[in-house]
Design a protein around this ligand. Structure first.
Ligand SMILES: Nc1ncnc2c1ncn2[C@@H]1O[C@H](COP(=O)(O)OP(=O)(O)OP(=O)(O)O)[C@@H](O)[C@H]1O
Ligand SMILES: [Mg+2]
Length: 481
């Protein structure tokens, strides 16, 4: 712009200079004749020398005046040009900044009304662009947040089969980094074959598709509900496919637990009912006539019905505890008092097996707990220790505390539990030695109930056990502070 400005000015000077030069030349040529005729007309007699003198003086004055006019015109022209072109240059500069994406740029040119109008229009345009840019940024941010926090893995693949959008869940799910994925062909990512096939299907059919797939990630089977759909842009242009993947492994696991539970309950109910039915049939067939047989069969029927009753009671108890919204009546509770009651309740069985308690309590600890529920927990644990220990052994009860929890330990010298079995003993109906536990009259629900009750107290239970040596159950309940 500046050079254009200068060029215009130089052109102007040349033009004006030329005109003035021609003018000077013409005047210089004409003036002596005019003066000579003026002198002769007015009968002024001058010598040739004097005339020459006058002519020279006039030539000098005219040359001087022409120079003066030239300088004056140059000055005025320069100012005029600057006033006219500088604002335009400023506005052009602003427009150039806008095209570069700098929407904060503003024109400040002043000048005639048309320049001001042009400046205002450019500034309004800049403001509008700035607003649009801001809205676009907000929308982009929103979309990004949505994609990142939608709770499902998402990947978008364009028409050339390269990945255009991918979210964190997807990357974490397959242990990939953004650089390994973005702009790469989806077949080079090492995705599970099932997933690749699914994406292929959506590519081929260009129709929405939903499927449950089973994939192996880090030697672990995961179940995914996958949804794929073609992405169609403006004017029906096909842009690629979007795949959304939801992890349903937990749901499948729960479904399996439910199925197992129904199978277990049916199995547990069938055993006592079959024996009740069998023995009563034998009695009805005539065995009742033999008094000895009658009493022994009735005893079995009584025991079996007791077992049924226990099972149903435990099931009801468990279902109550597992109900949503189940809560315990938390109050400051003495662990020592809890243990005393639990010992009282279990000592008849202890005596039956000629076992004894070794109580190791240095001082009482107060916890936030439900007195009756805690008694239920420790009766269960002590009963297990009695059931799964040989005769003439000792059960040690300890009360301890740390910064957060009051801790009770129930340690026996029983058969112990294998390491691999420990996490499973809290499952419903799980028994380590199926036959032996069933003979002991257990339903396999005791520890499931214990675990739920401890969790309702915001506490925890840990197990340490060595086969053939014994088991130590450690229950931590939040301290009363
Ligand atoms: N102290 C222990 N020593 C050895 N094994 C144990 C001990 N406590 C629990 N177990 C094992 O864990 C299993 C589950 O215990 P849980 O108390 O849930 O069921 P149960 O004792 O069989 O029946 P119940 O519902 O009548 O208590 C038991 O069958 C037993 O195999
Ligand atoms: Mg038990």
């Amino acid at each position: 712009m500046k050079s254009y400005n200068n060029r215009l000015f130089v052109n102007f000077i040349i033009l004006t200079g030329s005109i003035l030069a021609v003018l000077g030349f013409v005047l210089g040529q004409l003036f002596p004749f005019y003066i000579e005729s003026y002198f002769s007309k007015n009968n002024i007699d001058l010598s040739a020398d004097q005339i020459d003198q006058v002519r020279k003086q006039f030539s000098f004055i005219i040359t001087f005046l022409i120079f003066l006019a030239f300088a004056l015109i140059s000055f005025v022209a320069n100012n005029l040009l600057r006033n006219l072109l500088d604002p335009i240059e400023n506005i052009t500069q602003t427009a150039r900044e806008l095209t570069k994406g700098n929407y904060r740029s503003r024109a400040y040119a002043i000048g005639p009304a048309s320049i001001v109008e042009l400046r205002n229009s450019i500034n309004i345009l800049a403001r509008n662009l700035q607003e649009i840019e801001k809205i676009r940024e907000i929308e982009e941010e929103r979309l990004k947040t949505l994609i990142e926090n939608m709770g499902s893995a998402l990947i978008m693949i364009d028409r050339e089969a390269t990945v255009s959008i991918v979210n964190r869940q997807f990357l974490d799910g397959f242990e990939l980094t953004i650089d390994e994925v973005k702009g790469k062909n989806f077949l080079t990512l090492g995705l599970p074959v099932e997933l690749e096939k699914f994406i292929d299907h959506v590519f081929l059919t260009e129709l929405p598709y939903r499927k449950q797939i089973e994939i192996e990630v880090q030697q672990e089977i995961q179940y995914k509900q996958v949804y794929g759909a073609p992405v169609v842009g403006e004017h029906g242009r096909w842009l690629g496919v979007v795949i959304v993947m939801h992890d349903i492994s937990e749901l499948i696991r729960l479904e399996q637990i439910r199925k197992d539970f129904v199978a277990n309950v049916s199995h547990e109910l069938r055993t006592p009912i079959t024996s009740i039915k069998g023995f009563s049939e034998t009695l009805l067939d005539g065995a009742f006539k033999d008094e000895k047989m009658l009493i022994s069969f009735l005893e079995i029927i009584y025991q079996e019905s007791n077992r049924l009753q226990m099972l149903i009671q435990d099931l009801l108890e468990l279902s109550k505890i597992e109900q949503h919204g189940f809560s315990v009546d938390i109050a400051p509770t003495s662990l020592q008092e809890v243990l005393i009651r639990a010992v009282e309740l279990t000592s008849p069985r202890l005596d039956e097996k000629n076992m004894q308690f070794n109580v190791d309590i240095v001082r009482d600890v107060m916890v936030m707990g439900d007195f009756n529920r805690l008694i239920q927990v420790f009766t269960n644990l002590i009963t297990n220790s009695i059931t799964y220990s040989p005769e003439d052994t000792t059960i040690t009860l300890r009360i301890k505390e740390n910064n957060e929890y009051g801790i009770i330990e129930v340690e026996d010298q029983g058969m112990g539990i294998e390491k691999g079995e420990i996490p499973r003993i809290f499952e419903r109906f799980y028994r380590v030695d199926k036959a032996r536990s069933r003979n002991s009259g257990g339903t396999g629900l005791g520890l499931a109930i214990v675990k739920h009750l401890i969790e309702a107290h915001n506490g925890k239970i840990t197990v340490e056990s060595t086969v053939g040596v014994g088991t130590c159950m450690k229950v931590s309940i939040p301290l009363y502070k």
